[in-house]
Design a protein around this ligand. Sequence first.
Ligand code: MG
Length: 159
Amino acid sequence: MNRIGFGTDIHRLEPGRPMVIGGIVIPSAFGPAGHSDGDVLLHAVTDALLGAVAAGDIGSHFPDTDERWRGADSTRFVLEALSLTRERGYRIANVDATIDLESPKLRPFIDAIRARVAELLAVDVDCVSVKAKTGEGLGPVGSGSAISATAAVLLERRS
Ligand code: MG
């Protein structure tokens, strides 16, 4: 049996914060504010993994009221969600994600982000799609005040 999961995330952008996306630091004068490192892509993937096995959400597993997660490296959230899906007998078939960010342009960094996400999830890089869009000047992404991401994950039962 296959199971699908879907995740979304959004963070406010602030000057002087590191722009961490998919575990990669992108050169930028501003980055996501947040209790953790604010990595929207990894937060969306984490929620997609948890959602695929109906195991709650990132907020229930890693509450932002918990001092343990202050400034946390979000790779930890993904790895814990991944091990939960494995415990339940699933492996990742593929991941498809989109990052919404007005600037900087992510094209030069997409391959590195894909490779890092694939490494974290222990799957081939061709199982991981990462797309990038701008907000076309519209809404919180378009005005440069936010970064957001969406991710879909397909899990398949290990035989
Ligand atoms: Mg988040």
